[in-house]
Design a protein around this ligand. Structure first.
Ligand code: SF4
Length: 261
């Protein structure tokens, strides 16, 4: 059971299906992992009272196979993480004005090809899963011990190119029973991924879409120094000027990375 990719309600449904247990036990598991950073969650009172359930959870719950492999401090704290397949991603903890922002990666590499960016030169290697995105916040909070107030998707990758995993990660990050980062404190930075922007307008279903402004054709890519031919969507000039959707993170235009590249 991949808790890092599930909201607490998702987890309750899964625990009902597997064990006939519901929100009470799902909330306890969620609290231990995401509020306390307790990977030995079966020592929680709810599971000591139900040792059979605790035993099954100890076997079934899968925590992300990610590890921090380097740290670099220079006003900000940059950390690199190795994923299950030894791919490396980077994240940056940025303290400012009494608040702490975490810049997270959404892909290994990137297909957008912005000229100023070394990640773009890698091309896209693969998307991060929702659990790998959430893990970066968990690691900053519990492994490195920083309270995280804001999350910005401005690390490696174009987040809207990994839309489904991005939005599932946003659901998990903003779950009040867990990491509890308000949607108004989560910002998705995009170089102008047209398909992703269209998907965001429909998310969540039945919500009102972001307001879009049309720029002159090609101007967005040119302003950002992109190579338009490498990815056709980068040429499509729709950029949100104001995010009006309820239940969606904020959007910003990509003007550079969090000191990663
Ligand atoms: S700046 Fe962002 S969108 Fe552009 S190539 Fe780099 S990671 Fe991709």
């Amino acid at each position: 059971m991949n808790v890092f990719a599930l909201t607490c309600l998702d987890l309750a449904r899964e625990m009902d299906r597997r064990y006939g247990k519901g929100l009470h036990h799902a909330s306890a598991l969620y609290r231990e992992i995401f509020k306390k950073g307790n990977s030995a969650f079966t020592d929680a009172p709810e599971f000591l009272e139900s040792p059979a359930l605790g035993g099954r959870l100890a076997v079934d719950v899968r925590l992300p196979f990610c590890r921090i492999v380097s740290l670099q401090e220079d006003g900000v704290l940059k950390f690199a993480s190795a994923l299950f397949d030894d791919q490396i991603i980077e994240s940056v903890i940025i303290p400012a004005n009494g608040r702490t922002t975490l810049c997270v990666s959404s892909q290994v590499g990137c297909r957008m090809g912005c000229r100023f960016c070394t990640t773009g030169e890698m091309g896209l290697v693969r998307n991060l899963s929702a659990e790998e995105i959430v893990w970066q916040v968990y690691a900053a909070r519990f492994t490195l011990g920083h309270r995280i107030d804001n999350v910005v998707f401005m690390g490696m990758g174009e987040p809207l190119d990994n839309f489904d995993n991005l939005m599932q990660a946003v659901r998990v990050l903003s779950d009040q029973r867990g990491l509890d980062i308000a949607l108004s404190h989560i910002t998705v930075s995009t170089a102008g991924h047209a398909d992703g922007l269209r998907s965001l307008r429909r998310w969540p279903p039945k919500s009102r879409g972001a307001e879009l402004a049309k720029a002159a054709p090609g101007s967005l890519a040119q302003r950002r120094g992109q190579r338009p031919s490498r990815y056709p969507h980068a040429d499509q000039p729709q950029v949100p000027t104001r995010q009006t959707q309820r239940g969606a993170p904020k959007l910003s235009a990509c003007t550079g990375r969090c000191g990663l590249h």
